[in-house]
Ligand binder design. Structure first.
Ligand code: TC6
Ligand code: FAD
Length: 669
């Protein structure tokens, strides 16, 4: 073993010797239970050890087309393996089975930069489940699960992504043939972005403005065949293709689609919530927002997904920080592990704390989703506004925090973090996309703000409001300054959110009383409305974090670790946003000083456990896919080996030298 390798390996071994808790216990908590850990490990063994998921050369060195083909190969192999595995088949057979399989984070690692079948698995199948009638599911769902038909979700157009009511694609009912005529009237009506649409999918759920009997009833979902099932040729009457290279996700063949009076049978409208009868009569849904159901489902999924990406990033950064030695802390002494610098701890440890914050909050939103959909299936829509607001808020917060956390982790690895082989560029581009798709984050924050302001006004009138916003009026607003215990800090958060919401609402009213109409006043206050939504959602996350740790059955060793992480999360949030707390008197300057001191203590207390905590995420080296983050810490050898794989290194003198450099240098002419 080389001296360098020996040092890296023993650095990690030494870190692991410090472990003060039961790693397996923590792994079970991260997975959501002992059985879930065992299930995940069995499936990882089944998928990750299969050599067909290996790449012959790194995708970064492939052409656009080859990269797509390579990822498609792996994605199709993944579906084959689904159907060949008895355990997966049993799970898929259960009511929520498809969704629970899709939720397995490690599947994302099988394809590296965007899976051409992601939309098929993540949105097409869920839309059939959520928007299709039992007969429609009978017709398409089984075939879709087997991969006999591949679909996508085509909603966004070149001109409109956010403003759904502005979609221009039309679906006009023709009772004489009992067909819908799909049409793209303008260039801006071109469907634009759907994953897998370019070359992979032969079906799509298309969201189009429904016209019948001369009336427009807004966007509705239609099941549309795009390509011949035998030849894969695109069908006459439509034009489909790929939109070109993107910041990341370059193998998900995001596509465009145009219709020229393209006809589909009436029965291809997904009719679980609303129907068009044979004579063209429109049957209204219980709520027009039920057609938006798939988006709500995916927003909940993004909370888990972005957290998983952060989990990977912080595992890489933490292990690397334990292996990397740089500079002198004490003059003349050996170079310390960079993890010993407090500033490095402040980069890495809050990201570990954030992983748990997002995970616990995502689980609560997941529970709310199941509860709400169960009661919606019985016709009770009471929980819909609350579910919409919480899922929008947590999707926006998780995606933002994970994206910035991943970049902090990258920066914490210095220059090597900029290498593709570190995995950070891919993690970052995958994660930053979650801030845009499935509802651009600012737009989602404004949806949360709308719910907050309405609920606040309703609560002031004495009406009952949703559980997540019930705290906005009442004693929280006047709560006397609390101590710095967990309960005290949550009280301070509540007080500051209440103060911010009350102030913004009153300024909104003030603008209206000065003569501005409500919509202009809303726009003129929107920067602060976004802030209301952000502080409210942050409070939600902090509260769920504290509650999760109180409610979990934990050994003492692990309780100390998780409590310290939770404290770090809450205390750091308060320090970073201290203006909000000082402004309303929820905390004082001397409280801030005490919290800053506590934060230093927390960093020091957590530092020796950092490597063990990320080990407990139990992420296989294949999943991490990073020269900096592997379990054995053999960073330098891996860096070097990976560099040698560059095609430029296959020849000492590249061909481009003879073509361009040699004439310039006038060498040997
Ligand atoms: C791998 C990558 C995959 C990516 C895929 C994609 O990106 S796919 C593409 C993803 N694309 C996107 O994500 C597009 C993002 N855009 C949208 O989702 C919508 O256009 C919108 C929500 C921004 C506005 O919608 P709007 O103009 O129709 O509504 P409005 O603002 O006028 O409010 C009216 C009322 O409706 C309520 N309400 C709204 N939504 C929901 C809901 N889901 N549930 C329940 N309720 C909802 C709202 O609270 C309000 O209630 P109130 O106060 O009257 O009681
Ligand atoms: C990688 C990726 C994959 C995607 N996959 C799919 C897919 O599979 N299927 C699909 O249908 N779509 C897909 N999309 C499209 C995606 O859903 C939209 O891009 C997204 O919803 C944002 O809409 P937009 O592009 O119209 O942005 P815009 O709404 O035009 O946003 C531009 C700016 O305008 C601001 N803005 C817009 N409206 C408001 C408002 N009311 N108030 C304040 N500010 C506002 C936004 O905050 C933003 O700053 C994908 C996009 C990406 C990037």
């Amino acid at each position: 073993m080389s001296i360098m390798k020996q040092q890296c390996v023993s650095d990690l071994e030494n870190e692991r010797k410090n472990c003060s808790f039961d790693k397996e216990e923590l792994t079970n908590i991260v997975d959501g239970g002992v059985e879930k850990t065992q299930f995940r490990r069995r499936l990882e063994e089944y998928f990750l050890r299969d050599p067909q998921f290996l790449d012959s050369i790194g995708p970064d060195y492939m052409s656009h087309e080859d990269r797509y083909a390579n990822e498609l190969r792996k994605a199709c192999h993944m579906i084959h393996k689904f159907s060949e595995n008895e355990e997966i088949n049993q799970v898929i057979g259960r009511p929520d089975g498809v969704r629970s399989i899709m939720g397995l984070g490690f599947l994302g690692a099988l394809t590296r930069d965007g899976n051409p079948l992601q939309l098929h698995l993540g949105m097409f199948i869920p839309t059939l489940i959520g928007q299709g009638t039992p007969e429609q599911q009978e017709r398409w769902l089984g075939r879709a699960v087997l991969g006999e038909i591949i679909g996508t979700y085509a909603q966004t157009e070149m001109g409109h992504g956010t403003f759904l009511r502005g979609l221009e694609t039309t679906a006009t009912y023709d009772p004489s043939t009992q067909e819908f005529i799909l049409h793209t009237p303008t260039i801006t009506a071109t469907k634009w972005w759907p994953g897998g649409l370019g070359k992979t999918a032969n079906y799509a759920v298309v969201m189009a403005q429904l016209f019948t009997k001369g009336h427009c009833y807004g966007p509705h979902p239609f099941l549309v065949q795009l390509r011949d099932e035998k030849t894969h040729q695109s069908l006459p009457g439509l034009t489909v293709g790929e939109i070109g290279p993107r910041l990341g996700m370059n193998t998900s063949d995001n596509g465009f689609l145009r219709f020229d009076h393209f006809r589909i049978p009436r029965t291809n409208m997904l009719m679980k919530h609303s129907q068009v009868l044979e004579d063209g009569t429109y049957v209204k849904p219980l709520s027009s927002k039920l057609a938006y159901g798939t988006m709500v489902y995916v927003r909940v999924g993004i909370c888990f997904y972005s957290c998983h990406l952060l989990q990977k990033a912080v595992t890489i950064a933490t292990r690397y920080s334990a292996v990397r030695h740089q500079s002198e802390m004490l003059p003349g002494m050996p170079e310390p592990q960079i993890l010993d610098y407090q500033t490095q701890q402040y980069k890495v440890l809050p990201q570990i704390a954030t992983v748990f914050a997002l995970l616990f909050a995502a689980r609560r939103v997941g529970d709310t989703f199941i509860e709400a959909t169960t009661s919606m299936n019985k016709g009770n829509l009471a929980m819909l506004p609350e579910l919409h607001a919480i899922s929008c808020g947590l999707k926006a917060l998780s995606s933002t925090d994970s994206t910035s956390g991943i970049d902090i982790c990258r920066l914490s690895c210095g220059g090597h973090g900029y290498l593709a082989s570190s995995s950070f560029p891919r993690l970052y581009t995958l994660c930053t996309a979650t801030m845009t798709y499935e509802g651009e984050n600012t737009v989602l924050w404004l949806q949360v703000a709308r719910y907050l302001i309405k609920s606040y006004q309703a609560a002031k009138r004495g009406e009952v409001v949703g559980p997540s916003v019930a705290y906005l009026v009442g004693k929280n607003t006047t709560e006397i300054r609390a101590d710095l215990s967990d309960a005290g800090l949550l009280g301070a958060c509540r007080k500051s959110v209440c103060a911010i919401v009350a102030e913004v609402e009153s300024r909104l009213q003030h603008l209206c009383s000065k003569g501005q109409d409500y919509h202009h006043a809303w726009n003129n206050m929107s920067v602060f409305l976004v802030k209301c939504a952000q502080v409210h959602t942050r409070y939600y996350v902090c509260e769920k974090y504290v509650q999760a740790i109180e409610n979990l059955k934990l050994s003492d060793g692990l309780r100390t670790i998780l409590r310290n992480l939770c404290r770090l999360y809450v205390v750091n949030h308060i320090i970073v946003h201290q203006g909000d707390f000082l402004r309303c008197g929820a905390l004082t300057a001397s409280d801030m000083k005490a919290l800053e001191e506590e934060m230093g203590d927390l960093l020091a207390a957590l530092r020796p456990q950092a490597v063990s905590i990320v080990d407990a995420f139990d992420l296989d080296d294949f999943i991490l896919d990073s020269v900096l983050g592997s379990k054995d810490g053999n960073v330098y050898q891996r860096l070097y080996d990976e560099a040698l794989k560059s095609p430029l290194n296959q020849k000492d003198v590249p061909d481009a030298y003879y073509k361009y450099l040699r004439p310039l240098m006038k060498a040997n002419l």
